[in-house]
Design a protein around this ligand. Structure first.
Ligand SMILES: Cc1ncc(CNC=O)c(N)n1
Length: 223
Protein backbone atom coordinates (compact mmCIF):
# COMPACT_ATOMS: atom_id res chain seq x y z
CA UNK A 1 0.00 0.00 0.00
CA UNK A 2 1.21 3.50 -0.77
CA UNK A 3 1.91 5.85 2.10
CA UNK A 4 -0.43 8.78 2.39
CA UNK A 5 1.07 12.08 1.36
CA UNK A 6 1.68 14.44 4.26
CA UNK A 7 0.40 18.01 4.23
CA UNK A 8 3.88 19.52 3.97
CA UNK A 9 4.63 17.25 1.02
CA UNK A 10 1.39 18.31 -0.67
CA UNK A 11 2.28 21.97 -0.19
CA UNK A 12 5.88 21.55 -1.36
CA UNK A 13 4.55 20.02 -4.58
CA UNK A 14 1.75 22.51 -5.06
CA UNK A 15 3.99 25.54 -4.48
CA UNK A 16 7.15 24.14 -6.05
CA UNK A 17 8.03 27.23 -8.08
CA UNK A 18 7.97 29.56 -5.10
CA UNK A 19 9.87 27.03 -2.99
CA UNK A 20 12.58 26.75 -5.62
CA UNK A 21 12.64 30.54 -5.88
CA UNK A 22 13.45 30.72 -2.16
CA UNK A 23 15.98 27.89 -2.03
CA UNK A 24 17.76 28.46 -5.36
CA UNK A 25 17.98 32.22 -5.34
CA UNK A 26 20.63 34.08 -7.41
CA UNK A 27 22.37 34.95 -4.10
CA UNK A 28 22.82 31.23 -3.42
CA UNK A 29 23.85 30.51 -7.02
CA UNK A 30 26.44 33.27 -6.61
CA UNK A 31 27.92 31.57 -3.55
CA UNK A 32 27.81 28.18 -5.23
CA UNK A 33 29.59 29.27 -8.41
CA UNK A 34 31.90 31.73 -6.68
CA UNK A 35 30.63 34.75 -8.61
CA UNK A 36 29.12 36.43 -5.55
CA UNK A 37 29.88 40.06 -4.96
CA UNK A 38 31.43 40.21 -1.49
CA UNK A 39 29.59 43.43 -0.70
CA UNK A 40 26.30 41.55 -1.23
CA UNK A 41 27.51 38.89 1.17
CA UNK A 42 28.37 41.51 3.79
CA UNK A 43 24.96 43.13 3.39
CA UNK A 44 23.31 39.77 3.92
CA UNK A 45 25.50 39.09 6.98
CA UNK A 46 24.58 42.32 8.73
CA UNK A 47 20.88 42.05 7.91
CA UNK A 48 20.72 38.41 8.94
CA UNK A 49 22.32 39.21 12.28
CA UNK A 50 19.42 41.58 12.97
CA UNK A 51 16.94 39.00 11.72
CA UNK A 52 18.31 36.25 13.98
CA UNK A 53 18.06 38.50 17.01
CA UNK A 54 14.40 39.11 16.20
CA UNK A 55 13.92 35.41 15.52
CA UNK A 56 14.70 34.52 19.17
CA UNK A 57 11.45 35.89 20.68
CA UNK A 58 9.54 34.20 17.86
CA UNK A 59 11.07 30.82 18.74
CA UNK A 60 10.42 31.47 22.42
CA UNK A 61 6.75 31.94 21.66
CA UNK A 62 6.66 28.72 19.64
CA UNK A 63 8.20 26.98 22.65
CA UNK A 64 5.52 28.38 24.96
CA UNK A 65 2.77 27.21 22.62
CA UNK A 66 4.36 23.76 22.32
CA UNK A 67 4.17 23.31 26.09
CA UNK A 68 0.49 24.10 26.12
CA UNK A 69 -0.97 22.82 22.92
CA UNK A 70 0.67 19.62 21.79
CA UNK A 71 0.01 15.95 22.42
CA UNK A 72 3.73 15.21 22.36
CA UNK A 73 4.99 18.30 24.09
CA UNK A 74 8.09 16.60 25.54
CA UNK A 75 9.39 15.86 22.07
CA UNK A 76 8.39 19.25 20.68
CA UNK A 77 9.99 21.14 23.57
CA UNK A 78 13.22 19.20 23.11
CA UNK A 79 13.38 19.98 19.38
CA UNK A 80 12.44 23.65 19.75
CA UNK A 81 14.74 24.18 22.73
CA UNK A 82 17.56 22.68 20.66
CA UNK A 83 16.83 25.30 18.02
CA UNK A 84 16.84 28.06 20.59
CA UNK A 85 20.18 26.91 22.00
CA UNK A 86 21.64 26.88 18.49
CA UNK A 87 20.55 30.51 18.05
CA UNK A 88 22.63 31.55 21.03
CA UNK A 89 25.70 30.03 19.40
CA UNK A 90 24.67 31.54 16.08
CA UNK A 91 24.60 35.08 17.42
CA UNK A 92 28.19 34.66 18.65
CA UNK A 93 29.10 33.28 15.26
CA UNK A 94 27.60 36.35 13.52
CA UNK A 95 29.67 38.66 15.72
CA UNK A 96 32.83 36.75 14.97
CA UNK A 97 32.09 36.51 11.25
CA UNK A 98 31.25 40.21 11.05
CA UNK A 99 34.55 41.17 12.61
CA UNK A 100 36.36 38.88 10.13
CA UNK A 101 34.74 40.72 7.22
CA UNK A 102 35.04 44.17 8.75
CA UNK A 103 31.28 44.56 9.12
CA UNK A 104 30.31 46.88 11.97
CA UNK A 105 27.19 45.28 13.46
CA UNK A 106 26.35 48.20 15.76
CA UNK A 107 25.83 50.44 12.74
CA UNK A 108 23.49 48.24 10.72
CA UNK A 109 20.10 49.67 9.92
CA UNK A 110 17.43 47.09 9.13
CA UNK A 111 16.16 47.33 5.56
CA UNK A 112 12.48 47.37 4.68
CA UNK A 113 12.23 43.69 3.72
CA UNK A 114 13.90 42.72 6.98
CA UNK A 115 11.61 44.91 9.09
CA UNK A 116 8.54 43.53 7.35
CA UNK A 117 9.67 39.96 7.84
CA UNK A 118 10.36 40.57 11.55
CA UNK A 119 6.99 42.27 11.96
CA UNK A 120 5.32 39.27 10.36
CA UNK A 121 7.08 36.91 12.81
CA UNK A 122 5.99 39.12 15.66
CA UNK A 123 2.37 38.87 14.51
CA UNK A 124 2.64 35.08 14.82
CA UNK A 125 3.61 35.37 18.50
CA UNK A 126 0.11 36.55 19.42
CA UNK A 127 -1.65 34.10 21.80
CA UNK A 128 -4.56 34.08 19.33
CA UNK A 129 -2.42 32.33 16.73
CA UNK A 130 -2.57 28.63 17.43
CA UNK A 131 0.55 26.45 17.62
CA UNK A 132 0.07 24.79 14.20
CA UNK A 133 0.59 28.07 12.34
CA UNK A 134 3.91 29.21 13.90
CA UNK A 135 5.34 25.68 13.95
CA UNK A 136 4.75 25.52 10.19
CA UNK A 137 6.43 28.92 9.81
CA UNK A 138 9.35 27.79 11.97
CA UNK A 139 9.85 24.65 9.88
CA UNK A 140 9.84 26.60 6.59
CA UNK A 141 12.17 29.33 7.86
CA UNK A 142 14.80 26.82 8.94
CA UNK A 143 14.37 24.58 5.91
CA UNK A 144 14.88 27.37 3.37
CA UNK A 145 18.31 28.05 4.87
CA UNK A 146 19.12 24.37 5.12
CA UNK A 147 18.28 23.63 1.49
CA UNK A 148 19.88 26.81 0.22
CA UNK A 149 23.22 26.43 1.94
CA UNK A 150 23.40 22.65 1.50
CA UNK A 151 23.19 23.33 -2.25
CA UNK A 152 26.44 25.33 -1.97
CA UNK A 153 28.25 22.31 -0.50
CA UNK A 154 27.10 19.66 -3.00
CA UNK A 155 29.54 17.95 -5.35
CA UNK A 156 30.33 20.24 -8.23
CA UNK A 157 29.83 23.45 -6.30
CA UNK A 158 32.63 26.02 -6.41
CA UNK A 159 31.90 27.82 -3.18
CA UNK A 160 34.89 30.02 -2.22
CA UNK A 161 36.80 28.64 0.80
CA UNK A 162 36.05 31.74 2.89
CA UNK A 163 32.29 31.17 2.51
CA UNK A 164 32.26 27.45 3.25
CA UNK A 165 31.92 27.87 7.00
CA UNK A 166 28.78 29.97 6.49
CA UNK A 167 27.31 27.26 4.28
CA UNK A 168 28.24 24.59 6.81
CA UNK A 169 26.39 26.44 9.53
CA UNK A 170 22.99 25.68 7.94
CA UNK A 171 23.94 23.15 5.28
CA UNK A 172 25.21 20.46 7.66
CA UNK A 173 23.60 17.09 8.28
CA UNK A 174 22.62 17.83 11.89
CA UNK A 175 20.71 20.93 10.82
CA UNK A 176 18.99 18.85 8.15
CA UNK A 177 17.83 16.35 10.76
CA UNK A 178 16.61 19.15 12.98
CA UNK A 179 14.56 20.50 10.04
CA UNK A 180 13.09 17.03 9.54
CA UNK A 181 12.09 16.92 13.20
CA UNK A 182 10.33 20.27 12.80
CA UNK A 183 8.61 18.98 9.69
CA UNK A 184 7.31 15.92 11.55
CA UNK A 185 5.91 18.13 14.29
CA UNK A 186 4.25 20.36 11.69
CA UNK A 187 2.70 17.39 9.89
CA UNK A 188 1.46 15.86 13.14
CA UNK A 189 -0.18 19.17 14.09
CA UNK A 190 -1.69 19.56 10.61
CA UNK A 191 -3.23 16.10 10.77
CA UNK A 192 -5.40 17.06 13.68
CA UNK A 193 -5.95 20.71 12.70
CA UNK A 194 -9.26 22.24 11.68
CA UNK A 195 -9.77 23.28 8.05
CA UNK A 196 -9.47 26.87 9.16
CA UNK A 197 -6.10 26.27 10.85
CA UNK A 198 -4.88 24.33 7.81
CA UNK A 199 -5.70 27.14 5.43
CA UNK A 200 -4.08 29.69 7.74
CA UNK A 201 -0.99 27.50 7.97
CA UNK A 202 -0.81 27.16 4.17
CA UNK A 203 -1.07 30.93 3.75
CA UNK A 204 1.71 31.30 6.33
CA UNK A 205 3.86 28.76 4.48
CA UNK A 206 3.52 30.89 1.32
CA UNK A 207 4.19 34.16 3.16
CA UNK A 208 7.40 32.82 4.67
CA UNK A 209 8.64 31.76 1.24
CA UNK A 210 7.88 35.21 -0.15
CA UNK A 211 9.65 36.93 2.75
CA UNK A 212 12.67 34.68 2.25
CA UNK A 213 12.87 35.63 -1.44
CA UNK A 214 12.64 39.32 -0.51
CA UNK A 215 15.32 38.80 2.13
CA UNK A 216 17.78 37.37 -0.42
CA UNK A 217 16.84 40.17 -2.83
CA UNK A 218 17.92 42.74 -0.24
CA UNK A 219 21.56 41.73 -0.54
CA UNK A 220 21.45 42.65 -4.21
CA UNK A 221 20.72 46.28 -3.50
CA UNK A 222 16.98 46.10 -2.92
CA UNK A 223 15.57 48.03 -0.03
C1 LIG B 1 16.15 35.29 6.78
C2 LIG B 1 16.55 34.03 7.49
N1 LIG B 1 15.81 32.94 7.36
C3 LIG B 1 16.16 31.80 8.00
C4 LIG B 1 17.27 31.74 8.79
C5 LIG B 1 17.66 30.46 9.45
N2 LIG B 1 17.31 30.40 10.82
C6 LIG B 1 18.16 30.76 11.79
O1 LIG B 1 19.28 31.13 11.62
C7 LIG B 1 18.03 32.92 8.91
N3 LIG B 1 19.15 32.98 9.65
N4 LIG B 1 17.65 34.04 8.23
Amino acid sequence: MEAKMTMTETWLRKHRLLYVGATRHPFIHGIRDGSIDISAFKTWLGQDYLFVRAFVPFVESVLTKARKGSNDSDNDVEVILGGLAALNDEISWFKNEASKWGVQLSNIVPQKANLEYCRFLESLTSPEVEYTVPIVAFWVIETVYQESFAHCLEDGSETPAELKETCQRWGNEGFREYCNSLRKIADRQLEKATDDAISKAEATFLQVLEYEVDFWNMSHGGT
